[in-house]
Design a binder for this molecule. Structure first.
Ligand SMILES: [Mg+2]
Ligand SMILES: [Zn+2]
Length: 188
């Protein structure tokens, strides 16, 4: 299936400055992100969220609360006609050196082993260099959005190791990226 991988914080919902989303009351959808998810759903894309949540192993947030946040997020998205097929999260801290924390492509590989994914027509949308690097290593078209951390990401770096962080497109927000994906679909 044609698929769009979505980062969560800074793409679907607002980043909290120097903090994590620790409860559903702290979860705030970014403008038009739910509409963008509906647009991609209706265009036939399978949507899969891949999110780093080191707050779990930092013991700031329990897996149970994280699951509540995700259940509520999916319910609101489904209420408006969108659908997210799966949510993968990495609970590890940076120092644990796991295989799933982005920029490593572990969550994408796991998703690919559990869902039918047509790499050639698949995208990843994120707001940080870590996301873009994971998408590029996995071999999909990686798009940077300027919500969240996007403004801080280094867009001019294009030499050596930094080329791995080079996005194939840069968009104002998730909705603009979704419109571009839908309009460039050849099988529409
Ligand atoms: Mg993010
Ligand atoms: Zn991990």
């Amino acid at each position: 299936m044609k698929t769009v991988f979505l980062d969560r914080d800074g793409v679907i919902n607002c980043n909290r400055e120097n903090d994590y989303v620790k409860s559903w009351s702290e979860f705030e959808f970014l403008p038009r992100s739910v509409e963008a998810i509906r647009l991609l759903t209706h265009a036939g894309y399978q949507l899969i969220v891949v999110t780093n949540q080191a707050c779990i192993n930092k013991r700031i947030l329990s897996p149970k609360t994280l699951n509540v946040i995700h259940r509520n997020m999916l319910a609101e998205i489904e209420d408006t006609g969108g659908r997210i097929r799966a949510v993968y999260y990495c609970p590890h801290r940076d120092d644990e050196n796991c295989m799933c924390r982005k920029p490593k492509p572990g969550m994408l590989l796991q998703a690919a082993s559990e869902h039918k994914i047509d790499i050639a027509s698949t995208y990843l949308i994120g707001d940080s260099n870590r996301d873009i690097q994971a998408g590029n290593e996995f071999g999909v078209c990686s798009l940077l959005v300027l919500t969240g951390n996007g403004y801080k990401s280094n867009l001019t770096a294009n030499t050596g190791a930094a080329s791995r962080m080079q996005p194939q497109g840069v968009f104002e927000n998730l909705h603009a990226a979704a419109e571009w994906i839908v309009s460039s679909s050849t099988d529409a």
